[in-house]
Design a protein around this ligand. Structure first.
Ligand code: B3K
Ligand code: ZN
Length: 875
């Protein structure tokens, strides 16, 4: 370990800093050997704090050259310096502090701070990367006005960018170029950005609702200039949507996006200068799938929306991370729902919650949406902070209604513009705008774990009454037991025998909000009485996945089939189908599976029903993934799950072959490809049908080969390739994989898809095979996208190989973690996820997983990132 006992940091210890930094002027001189950074900081004492005269700045891996106070250089004894900080004492009310230091971006493999990606320089400062650039108060509550000068060789780095508006550009006599930028909006250092490179630009304009013209620019390496149109279009739609949905407009003259290949996550919302992982911004029809287009739309929107939810109003400290992330995910989800299908988006979100977030909540890294401690903040960019955080915002909207929620959001933005605030400032704005008390609701932010609701119902025909008794409990999580009841909004409906929604009248009336059809569960156990229920209803419970909870509710297979056919809530139609399929998979695990004809005919009818949105039918016909099934199992046996799912898939495919072939033919189209919702929806179902069809017949297999060869877009080509892989015809699959690589070996993003489809496949990805991918010329340990494409896909998707009974899959993952621990700790820690679940698996697997965690723990020089995850997992 670098630090023998990395310390935890606690929310309860939060204190304001003793000084603020009013203005930050930075000068970067980039040269091949090193980068010289000069920081001029106007510091002023914080009147809220005792006058300590002491200022401690954070800094990491910096070579300090000089420190000057109000123009006078200090001697070494006049300040204290260690590996992580620089301290000055005896300071007065105001000073100008000038620090000069050197950094070495070319050796920066952690991809935090300033680093090189290919031929360009770029930065990543969130959460604590700015301290790798210069000494600073690197905390989000210190907001400063930044001016930045970037100096570099003018020929090799003609494009020099930073936040805000460009203010000057100058050719220096020595062939270097200097660009100056000024950002008038105060911001924390985590939103700082710098880019230098030989980049091409695609540009457009957007006129805001108040009539200001904003220049939009996307910068890419020259070979990617034909992949920028869609992101630019998505950006304009996002800007418009935020004006229409939240009344928020953009606030600088220019908005820039830069695509880089080496990036630890998806993208970063730096003020006016978003930096994107190239996989989350670049697309053209030939190289990007529909799924990639949808991801790009969502991420462009997400980063843009941060301009208000994150940048204008930011976080006081990192325990408030979900204030910006949960809210911004909620905003991007609403945007995607509006651009595409709201039901399909809800299904996708619920799938993610149920597979990944519920698993996190049930594991050793479980934490509340507002955590109360951490060792390494990078480990807390989690599905709990992001997705559960978004669900918690969404529940407030369910409770307050659309208008009440909008009023709360308006008040929040207006009240806190330019401030660094907490999660409770958000809920306070919701309370004040609506005159409600959310005290009970706020437990969602403090209590970790997934609440479970148990449902029992009793129908009295004579009285025409339905009694619904709901109990809730939330399991213990690390450091938390005896949880209090939460305020859970349960959206529900009652279906009559015709499948129509019945009118609902509830007692107590105060527990029911008619406008949103929401029942408010606030106690550990509550009974609700529904009056005027003229016949025994079929209950559609937790419509629209109105709360991130698990539900235990015995409903017969006939009831589930009925809901699948008739529910007016699309989400619950899908959910009923999934529950039915989970039942089959459980039967298969018990050796008692037989496909019933009644169910098959319902699925057949769904496939034939041309009035349904094809994307919706795609989800209705998709079996739950192995990870999803695992989350609904008590003791996870990955091989049994794999076998059972295969058996059910095989039976369903066999029963539906001719419908699948017909569906495929019906959805063939000669329209030119467009990444547009209706087309994407039709392609999704067409390609699902191809997969089922090709797994069953020579004709289907033939069609997959034909589609592979004829495809003019990556969605169809990749779907054909997947159908060939899943057919189990190994040499045929290999032939097409080779063809694919020959065709695309010059396109990095396509090659990454090629790596991923192999590493994630049950048919191919044995441990030896994945090891051979790691040796392939296309693989590179330094590039996070490639690590995710191979190791991430293997451990996250090829579960039957990752959980090989000899433990070799676990060994492969642990070796990767050990290797990356030194070079890129964030990625190393993130890869660990699958191993942390060891206690949930049957002992045969869990024991082997634990042994690999112990092997990692015994390594010297563990990073804080890896140490935190492994040590918590072994408790
Ligand atoms: N805010 C960034 C994530 C930063 C991750 C730092 N380890 C991207 C986003 O959520 O928009
Ligand atoms: Zn975000």
């Amino acid at each position: 370990m670098r630090d023998a006992h990395p310390n935890a940091i606690y929310l309860k210890d939060y204190q304001q800093p003793d000084y603020w930094i009013e203005h930050t002027e930075l000068t970067f001189e980039l040269s091949d050997d090193h980068t010289l950074v000069t920081a001029r900081l106007d510091i002023v004492r914080n009147s809220q704090r005792p006058a300590s005269g002491c200022l401690t700045l954070q800094g990491q891996e910096l070579e300090l050259l000089s420190v000057a106070l109000d123009g006078n250089e200090l001697s070494v004894g006049e300040y204290q310096q260690d590996d992580e900080s620089l301290t000055l004492q005896g300071l007065a009310e105001r000073h100008q502090l000038t620090i000069r230091n050197r950094i070495y971006p070319q050796h920066n493999t952690a991809l935090e701070g300033l680093y090189q990606s290919g031929n360009m320089y770029c930065t990543q400062c969130e959460a604590e990367g700015f301290r790798r650039i210069t000494y600073y108060l690197d905390r989000p509550d210190v907001m400063s006005v930044f001016t930045t000068h970037v100096i570099a060789d003018g020929e090799r780095y003609p494009v020099l960018l930073s936040n805000g508006n460009p203010v000057a550009e100058q050719q220096l006599p020595d062939g270097r170029k200097k660009s100056s930028w000024h950002d008038p909006h105060k911001k924390p250092a985590y939103l700082f950005a710098l880019v230098a490179g030989d980049l091409q630009v695609k540009q457009d304009t957007f006129t805001t609702m108040s009539g200001r013209q904003v220049t939009l620019k996307i910068f890419v390496e020259p070979q990617n200039i034909d992949k920028t149109d869609y992101a630019l279009d998505a950006l304009k739609r996002s800007m418009k949507w935020d004006e229409q949905s939240y009344g928020r407009e953009y606030d600088l003259d220019i908005f820039m996006i830069v695509a880089v290949d080496d990036f630890n996550m998806g993208a970063m919302e730096n003020k006016g200068l978003n930096i994107f992982n190239s996989s989350c911004v670049l697309a053209n029809p030939a190289t990007a799938t529909d799924a990639a287009y949808q991801r790009i739309e969502a991420i462009v929107a997400h980063e843009y929306f941060h301009n208000w939810s994150g940048n204008r109003v930011t976080c006081r400290d990192w325990f408030q991370l979900s204030l910006k992330e949960g809210f911004t995910v909620f905003r991007d989800a609403s945007f995607s729902a509006d651009m595409n299908s709201a039901t399909v988006k809800r299904i996708e979100d619920a799938r993610l919650m149920r597979t990944v977030q519920f698993a996190e909540d049930a594991g050793p890294m479980a934490h509340p949406v507002q955590p109360d401690s951490f060792i390494e903040i990078s480990n807390f960019y989690t599905v709990t902070i992001y997705e559960k955080g978004s669900e918690v915002v969404g529940m407030q909207r369910k409770i307050l209604g659309a208008e009440g929620f909008r009023n709360g959001a308006d008040l929040y933005f207006d009240r806190h513009d330019g401030q660094a605030v907490t999660i409770y400032d958000f809920t306070k704005a919701m309370e004040d705008a609506n005159g409600v008390d959310l005290t009970l609701f706020k437990r969602w932010y403090k209590q970790a774990g997934t609440p479970q609701i148990q449902v029992s119902s009793d129908y009295d025909q004579a009285r025409q009454q339905l009694q619904l008794t709901l109990t809730q409990r939330c399991p213990d999580t690390p450091g938390q037991s005896d949880k209090l009841p939460m305020w859970i909004p349960v959206q529900l409906g009652l279906l009559d025998s015709q499948g129509q929604d019945m009118a609902i009248q509830v007692e107590p009336a105060s527990a029911w909000t008619a406008a949103s059809q929401v029942l408010h569960l606030t106690e550990a156990e509550q009974t609700f009485v529904f009056h005027g229920v003229t016949e025994r209803p079929v209950i559609s419970f937790l419509r629209d996945f109105s709360a991130p909870v698990k539900v235990e509710f015995e409903q017969s297979r006939d009831e589930l089939l009925f809901l699948l056919q008739h529910d007016s809530d699309g989400f619950n139609r899908w959910d009923a189908g999934q529950r039915l399929m989970l039942g089959w998979i459980n039967d298969a695990m018990a050796g008692q599976f037989a496909l019933d004809e009644a169910a098959v005919s319902v699925f057949r009818a769904l496939l034939r029903d041309a009035s349904l949105d094809p994307a919706m039918v795609t989800y209705l016909l998709s079996l739950p993934s192995e990870a999803y099934i695992a989350e609904f199992s008590a003791d996870i046996d990955p091989q049994a799950i794999h076998q059972a799912r295969q058996q059910v898939r095989e039976a369903l495919a066999a029963a539906l072959t001719s419908e699948m072939a017909a569906t495929y033919q019906r959805l063939q189209s000669d329209q030119p490809y467009a990444p547009q919702p209706q087309q994407m929806s039709a392609r999704a179902l067409k390609n699902l049908a191809l997969g089922y069809w090709a797994s069953q017949s020579a004709e289907g297999l033939q069609q997959a080969q034909q589609q592979f060869a004829a495809a003019d877009n990556m969605t169809d080509q990749m779907a054909a390739l997947q159908a060939l892989i899943h057919s189990g015809e190994r040499s045929l699959a290999q032939h097409y994989l080779d063809r694919f690589y020959q065709q695309w070996h010059n396109d990095v993003l396509v090659v990454n898809q090629w790596l991923s489809v192999q590493a994630g496949s049950a048919e191919l990805a044995s441990v030896e095979f994945v090891e051979s991918l790691l040796q392939h010329e296309a693989f590179d340990w330094r590039n996070p996208n490639k690590v995710r494409a191979v190791i991430g896909a293997f451990a996250g998707q090829a579960l039957c190989h990752f959980h090989a009974t000899d433990g070799q899959g676990y060994r492969l993952l642990a070796d990767a973690v050990i290797r990356l621990n030194g070079s890129n700790p964030q990625i190393a820690a993130r890869l660990l996820g699958p191993l942390t679940k060891w206690k949930r698996l049957v002992p045969q697997y869990g024991g082997l997983m634990k042994a690999e965690l112990q092997r990692i723990m015994a390594q010297p020089d563990l990073s804080k990132d890896v140490y935190e995850v492994v040590s918590k997992s072994l408790v």
